[in-house]
Design a protein around this ligand. Structure first.
Ligand SMILES: Cc1ncc(COP(=O)(O)O)c(C=O)c1O
Length: 386
């Protein structure tokens, strides 16, 4: 039995439902951010992050910084690319577009390659773009939370290495880390940025990332200073290295309570094989996609290979509006999100299926949500097999 106050089940694509033990870790007594106990917890949390990213190279550098997922874009834009340099941004929705905006804010020159709505840019066009211009980095949104489209990171790194081996490959894993497989080193990625509140299952407030030795070298070799003070790798790298070596260190005060929560969440994740966790998210996602199809509905990500296992973006039937269906879902104890992709925002809703709602066998969140969706649509006048 959960000790949390009764509440509707939060099944938006992040923040997600949290485990009791993770939430309880946040009610830790106040401690100094340089006290030995906290330093040990922070150091252990960084080491566990390496495991989550399947990284064993000591030259790779994990970062945990107070902030949200967006701060990861700033880290990349302020440190790994210099004003006037080119970035190729692969966009599959709202978040890819925003990554491009962030790069431009720091003076980089983003070129966007977009897929059709519900699809993604294809390798031949990516290779063509890379062969036409020198790009310092390529960014890709692993799962774009506005469309539920997943990108093929492993294939992308292979394509980039073939055409432009010096180009860094950076993935936005905010909606994929801890539910979609990411073999950071084996695949040859140079950076993955994410946040605490999605599949990792820790309350919002932490920007979490890892960068390869090659990316850290690119940072060290930059000619101009980092474009940000708070998001400067120059300021944060020694702090992370000291914490991991269990030495006290200070640049800006971390949140000890959030670090405790992340520590608990990562221990829970790593207590089971990661492959099992990814498989479980896949099975539940397949079940959701089948239920949506049985209801006669379409998902935004058109091709099965482009459909993420973290969430499902579902087109509403003709005549059913978001302001009608979301309150009906809420009255059944389920919270979904509305649309976000600006061209189709009023036409679809988003169902997040990540973390404990998927992995905790004592929870029935996903079945409850599918039942609630069916009934709510019927109440809106929709007949599944009409
Ligand atoms: C794929 C993706 N990238 C970046 C972000 C930005 O993260 P945050 O809202 O935590 O700043 C989000 C947020 O939902 C996201 O889904």
């Amino acid at each position: 039995m959960s000790t949390q106050a009764a509440h509707p089940t939060l099944l938006i694509p992040g923040p997600i439902e949290f485990d009791d033990a993770v939430l309880q870790s946040m009610s830790h007594f106040s401690e100094s951010h340089v006290a030995p106990g906290f330093v040990a917890t922070f150091g252990e949390t960084l080491s566990m992050l390496r495991q989550l990213f399947q990284s064993t190279d000591p030259a790779a550098q994990p970062f945990i910084i107070s902030g949200s997922g967006t701060l990861g874009w700033d880290l990349v834009s302020a440190n790994l690319i210099e004003p006037g340099e080119d970035a190729l941004v692969l966009s599959t929705g709202y978040f890819g577009d925003s990554f491009a905006d962030c790069l431009a804010t720091y003076g980089a020159k983003p070129t966007k390659l977009e897929g059709p709505i519900g699809g993604r840019p294809q390798f031949p066009e990516i290779e063509k773009a890379l062969s036409e211009k020198k790009y310092k980095l390529v960014t890709v949104t692993h799962v774009d939370t506005s469309t539920g489209v997943v990108s093929d990171l492993k294939g992308l790194v292979q394509a980039v290495k073939k055409v432009s081996p010096d180009t860094l490959v950076i993935a936005d894993g905010v909606c994929s880390v801890a539910c979609e497989e990411i073999a950071f080193e084996e695949w040859g990625l140079d950076g993955v940025i994410t946040a605490s509140q999605k599949a990792i299952g820790c309350p919002a407030g932490l920007s979490i990332s890892i960068f390869s030795g090659r990316a850290m070298e690119a940072f060290k070799n930059r000619k101009s200073p980092p474009g940000s003070y708070f998001a400067s790798m120059k300021n944060w790298t020694p702090i992370m290295q000291n914490y991991e070596a269990k030495k006290p260190s200070y640049f800006a005060t971390p949140s000890p309570q959030l670090i405790h929560a992340l520590n608990t969440a990562l221990k829970q994740i790593l207590a089971r094989p990661l492959a099992e966790r990814f498989q479980r998210h896949k099975e539940v996602s397949d079940k959701v996609k089948k239920a949506i199809s049985d209801l006669g509905l379409q998902v935004v990500a058109t091709k099965p290979e482009d459909q993420s296992h973290a969430m499902t973006a579902i087109y509403l039937p003709d005549g059913v509006q978001i302001p009608d269906v979301l309150p009906k879902l809420l009255s059944k104890g389920v919270i979904f999100a509305g649309g976000l992709h600006k061209q189709i925002a009023t036409k679809y809703i988003r169902f997040g299926h990540m973390g404990v709602s998927v992995t905790d066998p004592s929870r029935t969140d996903v079945d409850k949500a599918l039942d609630a969706l069916k009934t709510s649509l019927e109440e809106c006048g929709y007949k599944a097999n009409a």
